[in-house]
Unconditional design. Sequence first.
Lengths: 55, 734
Amino acid sequence: MSMLIYLIPVALFLGALALLAFLWALRSGQYEDLDGAAERVLLDDEDEPQTPAKR
Amino acid sequence: MSCCAPGADGFAGGVQSLPSDDEVRFSARNLGDGVFQTELSVPAVHCGACIRSIEAGLGRLDGVEAARVNLSTRRVTVRWRGEALPPIVATLARLGYAPTVFDEPEGEKDRTLSELLVAVAVSGFAAGNIMLLSVSVWSGAEGATRDLFHWVSALIALPAMFFAGRIYYRSAWGALKHGRMNMDVPIAIGITMAYALSLYETIHSGPHAYFDASVTLLFFLLIGRSLDHVMRERARTAVKGLARLAPRGALVIGAGGARDYLALSEIEPGMRLLVAAGERIPVDAVVEAGLSDIDRSLVSGESAPQKVAEGDAIQAGTLNLTGPLTLAATARAEDSFLAEMLRMMEAAEGGRARYRRIADRVSAAYAPVVHLTALATFLGWMAATGGDWHRAVTVAIAVLIITCPCALGLAVPIVQVVAARRLFEHGIMVRDGGAMERLAEADVAVFDKTGTLTLGHPRLQNLQQIAPEALAAAAALAANSRHPLSQAVAVYDEGKGPVFEAVAERPGLGVEGRAEGSLWRLGRAEWARGDGASGEAADEGTVLSRDGAVLARFEFDDAIRPDAREALAELEDRLGPVEMLSGDTARACRRVADRLSIAHVEAGLMPADKVARIEALARQGRKVLMVGDGLNDAPALGAAHVSMAPATAADIGRNAADFVFLRDSLSAVPVALDVSRRAGRLVRQNVALAIVYNVFAVPVAILGYVTPLIAAVAMSTSSIIVIANALRLGRVRR
């Protein structure tokens, strides 16, 4: 049972990490063009990375 | 070139005027440091190759720093540097993606969606972790371990309740403050009570805590709400991206002859405006100089273009077809015809404002019943146990938790999300779920003529009677003109006609050019024959002439929308006879009505007359579906129980309509009706399912047999059943 002392915080920490990753993705605009992201994967690599339009 | 023909998506084509560079320059946002940002809507974008060709095409222009396409919203953001606007519009048009300017107040990004997504993420995180702990409790954790698990759950649930729950608290509070009831009220009460009870149990080392129930409930409901929001947002941006018909401003000629592009609101009566061919008239005005033809079809419903010359008054919103005009403004924008229509529309807003959505009606009946049941349970247990209030409160709250309308909260939005998606596939945009409910109730259909039953542009009618050589010559000549009649002929241009030189458009008369040593004219008969020398009296027909000799005579009629006959037949089948209300002449109406076999026709109507007719029907208790496109239809669209407009409609007509269909075919109307009715049936089934669930669950709760495990299983099952039922709408083939 003493394992719980470690396991519960570990579980929570990992969950929180995923949550933070999601929030970061949301904030950096990765959910603004879902259809576009799906298509851009198929485009050939450009010579230089396109600078995303600043908002 | 674009990878696929523009408009391949089935978007209504037609003559589209591009925004002028002045207008684009005017709407650019200054980012500082000499950098400007322009956002344009490009409705034709629809695949990865489109992204590539636009971004590469714009990126090559001088002065353009970056171009980025957003495929979901079908917009392109261009950052550019310098004084002069790079030829963005021309480049996009050349690539096959005609852009349009859209209106969006600065910073008006979709905040609600990101708030909802964050709330979904937080409640999902909390639900997952709490469920992990709850399963351990249900599997037999006891004593100190169970208390520890409960405490950890309470800690995780607390921020989720505040953060994710506030969406429901805010909405519930808003409803209660106005003395109304919505579905969020019982939800807010349910989750709060569940949390409070669980906290009390945890503090007193009780065996039952419902943290998982309250948080999973939030999680499920937020998913439903986010989907609902995404659906509406998608329709909204699609409608917004359509071509603006009202200009943002106009080119004003100042005292010293200087030309300035001024915003609509800055235009004062007396100012001199310059309106090029192909642009819309910004405000009511009088022609000072110039000669042109004016297309009034969106304003008054008249299908034939009208000739204007010096001294003629023009209404705002009409389209200048053939020649540049210098106008003197006679009214400010807010006193113009357009503004008058907006005021009439507000005054007419009737049936829709009073309509209450099914979800609100159900919850208005449901919430008091549930809350009274909980109260009765409490009193009953108090009496039965002789005043054991802890037991009584626990059972009463368990009743609240089990009846918390999770399934009911999902029952309506999920069906409407699926239905909206199906409509989207047919090119129909829905404003909100309530629109579908109202459409399902409609019992009489009323149509406008020009631009609604017809496409709003003329079509050559006597093709068989025209000699092929004459047609080829006429088409080659007509290709040089913007006049709708010319464009109807130019469709047949296959490059076989002679090559014309010195082509000139004569506003109000026609178009002429030189080829093979003679003068060719296409236009009004007396002009084409030359100075009206012939003995025939006023002849209004359109002819092709060569050195004054008539080669062919062209007759036109307004092209009926594809599938109009079938669509109307289907509507008559379901709703009874359709009516046609038009501002056009009785003769033009009769022609269309005869071809579509519409019995009830009213012609020559003013906007107020249309509203009056709809209100008369409403007084008879009829629920009117109005389909129209013009500025003159906007008040009627607002007055009707539910309304539809084609994508080519005037801006305010589109904004007034509940449904906007993007394709030419009129079959959108019966499709929308059909999907809405099926959605209505599924909504009622879902509500019934949710109630049946309660009929079984509530007695168990009242008798005090509910444990957190039973609550979790029961609520999840009912939600899944409701969702599965909603998805049936997606499968059924039409």
